[in-house]
Design a protein around this ligand. Structure first.
Ligand code: ATP
Ligand code: MG
Length: 588
């Protein structure tokens, strides 16, 4: 089945922030994008200034910056002016606590307003902010705080007592613990954030940060192994602002909802910085995924731009079409997805249900911002990640890293599989892996950053994800990307999700094995297994189709929703399971 491109009308193109991709790509320069930024002091650049203070300085302070929906459905709103006050106050408190530029402020919080004030206040103070996902257990929290050298932690009393207090003695750099919900009898080695803020004036002169000063520490998702700590500089804001405008089509006044938690890079870059620098109203939902509640929120809040992930989209598809059909979702203008490959089925489904497709885009914790994307003005080829962002040069390369042969070969022929590489030097590029310099250096060759993912580029310049280099299967001389096989399986009406791995085989080298999760109302019997194998063989050919398909009740995922193929493989082969700190159902 060849999927047809989804065309954008002339009117849709003209309405987009970037009406003509080719023209913008030809004219774009990061230097120009940066020209419009800078703090009150010449030469300074600070993410929080661009996200908050600039709007106030330029007369937009009364616009709503943050609309927070609590778990019980109640709402609180903060204008850009109020955000300035609250973040100034937080920065001032850090200063009063003798927190210096370069110190590390960690958070372990759900999506509560204090998280947003702490993040931006820390950036104002010149500190390095590191948000941890609130669901992490004691061991992942301890490990990250220890290797990150946390100086301050902002958290809830319950989480402190359970996850941090027992190991506090092993965290000598941790000077202050600020509790957002301290009650009587709070531990004496903690501080009551609310009480301290109530006494702190919102009067603060923003730190004079420079573009290369480190601002953020983000741990990767741990999909392929032990999570790495990626460091980002204040200059990243140039990319966040530009990608928010060009790739997410954000406009001042939009109601925007990014469903990612700030504990992951998406929730920081696109759940805080990109929307605020673009002057939108961002919706924060403190609750967890629930299909009905999500559709309710989209309708009730009149969301215009929605950024989510394939795992959520697949769950929405499973929940059926009646839910969205029963609601007025006409305010939605632009839909985007990131985090995993987006199956063509999902793009076609969204186009049918919302009258517009999800726009897939590709990036990583390391790239800090969107690198390859589908744009509002560009035809969508379902299953493709789109084209490189203006200002980004992407290539498909072969890597030789043996002895004298070290170097890159650029694979120019259309639809050739190779490593996805980016010409280094964009503003949100990571500046290091925490305590792992050799690993950082090994990501670069001849001025290019090697992403660790395999991809192809077609004749029209669209990029297609093949798989992570670690997940690709070599079978009888074929290089098989799990994504292609998984997408074919998902086309079968019984299949909701699929994960594919290579299993060693004497004759073929590896054979393809698939794990599938069924849609409701389908029984895992032999007839279905036969039908799945037949469908896969017909769609993919005998060489690529899975030799074995296992029907499962669940797939191992990261807490951010990514399928962990490495774990399926380790279990299949009886090998050690490796780091499980980000496993969705980890017990620690
Ligand atoms: P780790 O590096 O710890 O193994 P991770 O790579 O999953 O975890 P992230 O930085 O959160 O950590 O994820 C980036 C990766 O997610 C990309 O390298 C890619 O493999 C995958 N990814 C993200 N967006 C897309 C997309 N649109 N299509 C395909 N893959 C994607
Ligand atoms: Mg990675």
């Amino acid at each position: 089945m060849k999927v047809q491109p989804l065309h954008k009308s002339q009117a849709m193109r003209e309405r987009a922030n970037m009406p003509d991709y080719d023209q913008t790509a030809a004219e774009f320069s990061w230097a120009k994008a940066r020209d419009s930024m800078g703090g009150p002091i010449p030469g300074m650049l600070n993410i929080a200034y661009e996200a908050v203070d600039r709007h106030v300085a330029e007369g937009r302070g009364s616009v709503t910056a943050l609309r927070w929906v609590a778990r019980d459905g109640s709402r609180r709103e903060f204008s850009y002016s109020e955000m300035k006050t609250e973040t100034d106050r937080f920065a001032r408190l850090l200063q009063d606590l003798d927190v210096k530029p370069g110190d590390k402020v960690f958070s372990l919080l759900g999506r509560v307003p204090e998280l947003y004030f702490a993040a931006l206040g820390s950036l104002k103070a010149g500190a390095i902010f590191c948000p941890l996902f609130s669901v992490f257990g004691p061991e992942p929290v301890r490990a990250r705080m220890e290797i990150g050298g946390a100086n301050v932690l902002v958290t809830r009393q319950k989480d402190y007592l359970r996850k941090v207090a027992p190991v506090r003695a092993a965290l000598p750099s941790l000077r202050h613990v600020l509790l957002v919900d301290a009650v009587d009898g709070a531990p004496s080695d903690t501080l009551n954030l609310g009480a301290l803020l109530a006494k702190t004036p919102a009067d603060y002169e923003i730190a004079e940060t420079r573009p290369d000063d480190i601002a953020l520490l983000h741990f990767t998702s741990g999909t392929t192994g032990k999570p790495k700590g990626a460091l980002h500089a204040h200059e990243a804001v140039v990319a966040h602002q530009a990608t928010g405008r060009i790739a997410l089509d954000l406009r001042p006044g939009d109601i925007y909802w990014c469903t990612a938690d700030p504990g992951w890079v998406t929730g920081m870059s696109y759940g805080i910085i990109a929307p605020l620098t673009n002057g939108v109203t961002m919706l924060i939902d403190a609750g967890e995924f629930n299909a009905e509640a999500w559709y309710d929120l989209l309708e009730a809040e009149g969301v215009n731009v929605w950024y989510t992930a394939p795992t959520a989209i697949r769950l929405l598809m499973m929940a059926g079409d009646d839910l969205p059909r029963a609601r007025d979702l006409s305010a939605l203008r632009f839909l985007a997805s990131v985090g995993e490959p987006l199956n063509p089925e999902a793009v076609i489904w969204s186009n049918r249900i919302f009258g517009k497709p999800f726009h897939d885009n590709w990036w990583q914790t390391e790239t800090g911002g969107i690198m390859i994307s589908n744009y509002a003005s560009m035809d969508v080829k379902p299953g493709s990640m789109g084209k490189p962002l203006p200002g980004i040069e992407a290539a498909i390369v072969d890597v030789q890293d043996q002895g004298d042969e070290e170097g890159l070969t650029f694979l120019g022929a259309p639809m050739t599989t190779g490593h996805l590489a980016l010409k280094s030097g964009w503003p949100s590029m990571f500046r290091g892996y925490l305590n792992e310099d050799a690993r950082y250096q090994a990501c670069f060759m001849n001025g290019w950053y090697l992403s660790g993912d395999l991809a192809m580029r077609d004749r029209d310049g669209y990029f297609w994800f093949v798989g992570r280099a670690d997940d690709v299967i070599k079978s009888s001389g074929h290089l098989i990307g799990p994504f292609e096989v998984e997408s074919a399986l998902i086309e079968h009406p019984a299949v909701a999700e699929a994960a594919v791995i290579g299993v060693p085989d004497e004759r073929a080298g590896e054979i393809v094995k698939a794990y599938v999760l069924l849609n409701p109302d389908h029984k895992p019997d032999d007839a279905l297994r036969k039908s799945l194998l037949g469908h896969a063989r017909k769609r993919l050919g005998a060489a690529i189709a899975p030799r074995e398909i296992v029907i499962v009740d669940d797939l191992p995922r990261t807490k951010s929703g990514k399928i962990m193929r490495r774990l399926l493989k380790a279990r299949e082969l009886g090998l050690p399971e490796g780091d499980l700190s980000t496993l969705e159902k980890a017990s620690t």
